[in-house]
Design a protein around this ligand. Structure first.
Ligand SMILES: Nc1ncnc2c1ncn2[C@@H]1O[C@H](COP(=O)(O)OP(=O)(O)OP(=O)(O)O)[C@@H](O)[C@H]1O
Length: 244
């Protein structure tokens, strides 16, 4: 479970995150939905300990990420916005390397890496260096790296950005599997259809604030709109970021 309480972050004169509070439960896919520049990436970065909040707290399975960042990191799998791969390592070596950093070794690590190669349909690319990989291939490697230690909480920053239909479908399938295993899954997107297709719960962020939080049905009901798109426009107050 991930909890954000009154998170606040400024960069110079820009307040990126103003007062973000939400809870992401286990066995639930929570979507952080908001237009470009809303503060989604900054919120994610605070949750996964890359950026220190100016105010507020965040916990992962009850562990305060500011007080015990290493404990929190062990319980997290992260797909950052910059996928950040090593060009000279193969896809399989990425998963192995990060597995080793998480303390896995021997037959257990071999088995886990093979499982991920299967799960992410990476057989064709597993033993190629990642230099020159397509966007979809890069996301698969970054997902394998994020999941190698079997984290209970998974944070994904725009995981389907730039992916084709088939790759998007396989990411959606993977996230549903993680949910079925009881994981807490949080992903950010600026594409409403993406969030609507996958999320049990939608946290709408605009201008650094949470402007709505609930199921798609609740969002429609609270705004009195029939379509989710109209409801989203109504809560964010503009049509920015609605369409690709
Ligand atoms: N390191 C930084 N230095 C200065 N400003 C920043 C920094 N990081 C984020 N910002 C600003 O904070 C605001 C929120 O940015 P953030 O990347 O969190 O938004 P986002 O919702 O993820 O947007 P997008 O969908 O475009 O990725 C933006 O105005 C951005 O320019």
């Amino acid at each position: 479970m991930i909890e954000a309480r009154n998170l606040h972050k400024r960069f110079g004169s820009v307040t990126a995150v103003h007062d973000v509070t939400f809870t992401a439960e286990d066995g639930v896919i929570t979507g952080l939905l908001g237009p470009n520049g809303a503060g989604k990436t900054t919120t994610m970065r605070m949750l996964y300990t890359l950026v220190r909040p100016d105010g507020g707290t965040a916990t992962v399975d009850g562990v305060d990420v500011a007080k015990q960042p290493e404990v929190a990191r062990r319980a997290l799998g992260v797909l950052p916005d910059a996928r950040g791969l090593y060009p000279r390592l193969t896809a399989r070596e990425h998963a192995r390397y990060f597995g080793e950093l998480h303390g896995l070794s021997g037959a257990a690590l071999d088995a886990r890496v093979e499982e991920l190669v299967e799960l992410l349909d990476m057989k064709d690319i597993a033993d190629r260096r990642t230099e020159g990989f397509s966007q979809g291939e890069r996301v698969k490697v970054a997902l394998a790296r994020a999941l190698v230690h079997g984290p209970r909480n998974v944070l994904l920053d725009e995981p389907t950005n730039g992916l084709d239909v088939m790759a998007t479908r396989s990411v959606r399938t993977l996230l549903r599997k993680l949910k079925a295993q009881g994981c807490c899954v949080v992903f950010s997107s600026h594409v409403m259809q993406e969030v609507a297709a996958l999320c049990d719960r939608i946290v709408v962020v605009a201008r650094g604030r949470v402007v709505a939080d609930g199921t798609a049905d609740a969002l429609r009901a609270s705004t009195g709109k029939d379509s989710l798109e109209e409801a989203f426009v109504s809560v964010i107050g503009s049509e920015q970021g609605l369409r690709e």
